[in-house]
Design a protein around this ligand. Structure first.
Ligand SMILES: O=C(O)CCC(=O)C(=O)O
Ligand SMILES: [Fe+2]
Length: 247
């Protein structure tokens, strides 16, 4: 992940209103990208963040954790085991989060996309992968497309602890959008948004954000943000430690 700190020449550590692009609060016209108007509850946010911090980040010098699930089989009840189908091999609190996401996303995204993200009993079994990223203010992630040879279509991301801007650029960087991912919001990337557009988080301590009521854009300070993203592993891609082991 990349990092940038405040301007060392700034006397008062005040942001001069920077020439940041204004991050939109509505989904831009990128096919397959959804930031639906649904949010995790504060209780759920706190519970998940506490589990992640305790299990993976506290007292450790890491800012990214990758968790690999496994494909269901007849041993765990196969397709009838709804928890296994949701994310066999992932920790129980992430499986609960996936159940919750399935419920809240159902009315907000196309049915076909919902079935891709949360497959029915009859769908072929597959393995999930989760990436947990911890960003302190000023840190970001370089624009990228999630690995094409490792992950399938359909990515879900949640933002915990803080919002941030996300920049989305098309492959030729001829078109780009800045979107605001509020704290507790959910982002879904599929189709063009997953395959043809990059996504990244600029490493900043503030974001310039569109006003919801049509007023001037305003600066929002970043807090520590934890993102959790879920993807499907392509068949055979669940071998940990492959040479291309980045996200
Ligand atoms: O932090 C985020 O929301 C994005 C993370 C991401 O793009 C990744 O882990 O591949
Ligand atoms: Fe990504």
């Amino acid at each position: 992940m990349e990092s940038e700190t405040s301007d060392p020449n700034s006397l008062f550590d005040e942001p001069s209103i920077p020439a940041y692009p204004v991050a939109l609060r509505t989904s831009p016209p990128i096919p397959g990208l959804f930031i639906p108007p649904v949010f995790l509850t504060r209780e759920l946010e706190d519970e998940i963040a506490a589990q992640c911090m305790h299990l993976y980040f506290e007292d450790k010098e890491v800012n990214q954790i990758m968790l690999f699930g496994r494909t269901t089989s007849s041993v765990d009840g196969g397709a009838d085991n709804i928890d296994a189908r949701m994310g066999k091999g992932l920790p129980p609190f992430l499986i609960s989060l996936l159940h919750h996401l399935s419920q809240i996303l159902r009315p907000c995204i196309p049915d076909a996309l919902h079935s891709l993200l949360f497959p029915s009993k009859n769908a072929p079994p597959r393995a999930r992968q989760a990436i947990l990223n911890l960003y302190h203010p000023g840190e970001g992630i370089t624009p990228h497309v999630d690995l094409l040879n490792r992950f399938d279509d359909g990515i879900i991301g949640v933002s915990l602890g803080s919002g941030c801007s996300c920049d989305a650029g098309d492959a030729d960087v001829r078109d780009r959008w800045d979107l605001y991912l509020p704290e507790r919001s959910v982002l879904v990337l599929s189709k063009d948004a997953r395959y043809l557009w990059t996504h990244g988080i600029p490493g900043r301590i503030h974001d310039l954000v569109q006003d919801e009521d049509g007023g001037d854009a305003y600066l929002m300070q970043r807090g520590t943000r934890l993102s959790i993203t879920f993807r499907w592993l392509l068949p055979g891609a669940d071998i940990v430690g492959a040479p291309d082991g980045s996200s």
